[in-house]
Design a protein around this ligand. Structure first.
Ligand code: GLC
Length: 504
């Protein structure tokens, strides 16, 4: 964790001594939690960080929406705990809600907030016209639940904009709450591009929320202008971004998404902690989703996974041809703007590329056209969660040329499975992938620094050239597989951060 502004460490250590060994009561609130609901990496973090905190001995609970069209009550054995609760939002508005309970692991409960009107109608997690209203309700209902449970939280950990009103509501509506009066908040920025339920860059200037005025009435259309992320930055006790590099980048106009000034003004409470991955669940030695399990000592078995993947993607089964993969949202952020420009040039070389994902039509159309022209080299399929790890296990290289990337988890999964990442050196990618240096034999991937398609092309060319040298390639795989990106260290850093918040 990088401390952006130096704290007085001597006095800091002394003061937190008394709470240093305390078992903390932690609440993690997120709009998606794998496997119940998932649209991206947020769901993975919202699942695996609480588990890691629990393993460290803390008392953890998780709160998330009950998406009635998506979450199967029977499959997860969910039980209703409070029904028909009258949630008073403001003097004029109240909504009836239900609370459900399940478990993420033994001793780690997950609570679901159900509202027939706001979370039960859509097949998608997001995209309603009243997205702000939905999550305003969710934030308030989450705090209400803690009072019902009498869970005297030390820390309420809010993930991304959807939970961004919690710090403010805690200070205002719940100021007098005997249960929550000592609770502190942390706001984690997973992606600053998302600040409210609508695109911040499309909001007319006069409608932009300054973050300081009282919240409008729940029924007022003005609620849709409220910038949750801005208010979280202003009101949370501490904030962090999901990598050290991203925590620095968001202070700049280029990556600050219009919030860089506010972040700069609050930088004494801004930190960066890189995400981890769940090493129990993402383990090529035991993963039930693979054609053949393997480990660092037997990674020659990867070739059986490569064969299975080539078959699945209907490409010729050829062990000697480098197999490249992309397994991310097909969007501008993920670097498709660059890929599209060099795709045909790449396909003229001796390689295969699989793309597993959904996303923007303009990219999908070009990819589909080229797939028809180069059927033996390019294959596109929608992303399927259950097949995700078979992509890392079967591919030689994973392309992640993101324009910006707060953390990125795919490169961490790829490294764990002996699949070499080719990345733009930005955000969490810069923090986790080291360029391979043939002289020193150090490094676990291939990186390019300046965001331009030629640089991506050069990085891929270097990678596929190196792939020809089997001993060198083994070395890179080894370098990647031997590093640990488990949650153990980041979870401990979060505990340190929680303790900083508690000291406030
Ligand atoms: C968001 C970010 C991604 C990060 C993930 C989990 O999806 O875009 O970079 O890995 O959140 O923090």
């Amino acid at each position: 964790m990088k401390i952006l502004v130096c704290l007085d460490l001597d006095s800091f250590d002394f003061e937190i001594f008394s709470i240093m060994n305390k078992k903390l009561k932690i609440v993690s609130v997120a709009s998606e939690v794998h496997p119940f609901s998932k649209s991206g990496g947020l769901a993975d973090v919202a699942r695996s960080l609480p588990k890691a905190l629990k393993r460290l001995g803390h008392d953890v609970v998780v709160i998330t929406p009950f998406y009635a069209q998506i979450i199967n009550i029977k499959e997860y054995g969910l039980k209703p705990i409070y029904e028909n609760v009258d949630l008073e939002i403001d003097k004029e508005n109240s909504v009836k809600i239900n609370y459900w309970k399940g478990y993420l692991m033994e001793g780690l409960p997950i609570y679901f907030i159900e509202s027939g009107q706001y979370f039960s109608k859509k097949k998608e997690l997001y995209g309603s016209q009243h997205e702000n209203r939905r999550f305003y309700l969710f934030d308030l209902a989450a705090l209400k639940l803690l009072t019902l449970l009498k869970f005297e939280a030390d820390i309420i950990h809010c993930h991304d904009w959807h939970t961004g009103l919690i710090p403010e509501l805690l200070q205002k509506q719940f100021k007098e709450s005997s249960v929550l009066k000592n609770s502190k908040t942390i706001f984690t920025i997973h992606n600053l591009a998302f600040q409210l339920g609508h695109n911040w860059w499309e909001m007319p200037l006069e409608k932009k929320d300054d973050g300081r005025k009282a919240l409008p009435k729940f029924s007022s259309p003005d609620i849709e202008n409220i910038n949750f992320a801005k208010r979280a930055i202003l009101n949370a006790d501490v904030i962090n971004a999901v990598s050290e590099q991203y925590a620095q980048e968001i202070l700049t106009p280029k990556f600050g998404q219009d919030l860089h000034r506010i972040l700069e003004n609050n930088k004494q409470k801004l930190f960066g902690i890189i995400n981890g991955i769940d090493h129990f669940e993402y383990n090529p030695a035991t993963d039930p989703g693979l054609a053949k399990n393997y480990s660092i000592d037997s990674f020659y078995f990867k070739k059986q996974n490569k064969e299975a993947l080539q078959k699945y993607f209907k490409l010729p089964v050829k062990p000697e041809i480098p197999l490249l993969a992309m397994a991310s949202r097909i969007s501008e952020q993920k670097g498709f703007e660059l890929l599209i420009k060099i795709l045909e040039t790449l396909l003229k070389r001796n390689l295969q590329l699989i793309i597993a994902g959904d996303g923007e039509k303009k990219y999908l159309n070009i990819i589909s056209k080229l797939q028809k022209k180069y059927p033996k080299k390019l294959s596109l399929k929608p992303f399927e969660q259950k097949g995700e790890t078979s992509i890392y296990a079967g591919s030689d290289l994973l392309l992640l040329p993101s324009r910006f990337e707060p953390c990125g988890l795919n490169q961490l999964y790829a490294l764990r499975y002996g699949c070499i990442p080719v990345v733009h050196s930005i955000g969490g990618l810069a923090d986790t992938v080291e360029d391979f240096n043939p002289k020193t034999q150090q490094g676990n991937g291939f990186i390019f620094k300046i965001y331009h398609e030629y640089n991506l092309l050069i990085a891929v060319a270097r990678a596929i050239e190196t792939f020809q040298y089997k001993e060198v390639w083994k070395k890179i795989i080894n370098n990647g597989m031997k590093i640990s990106s488990s949650w153990e260290i980041p979870a401990k850093k979060y505990v340190e951060l929680y303790k900083k918040a508690l000291k406030k």
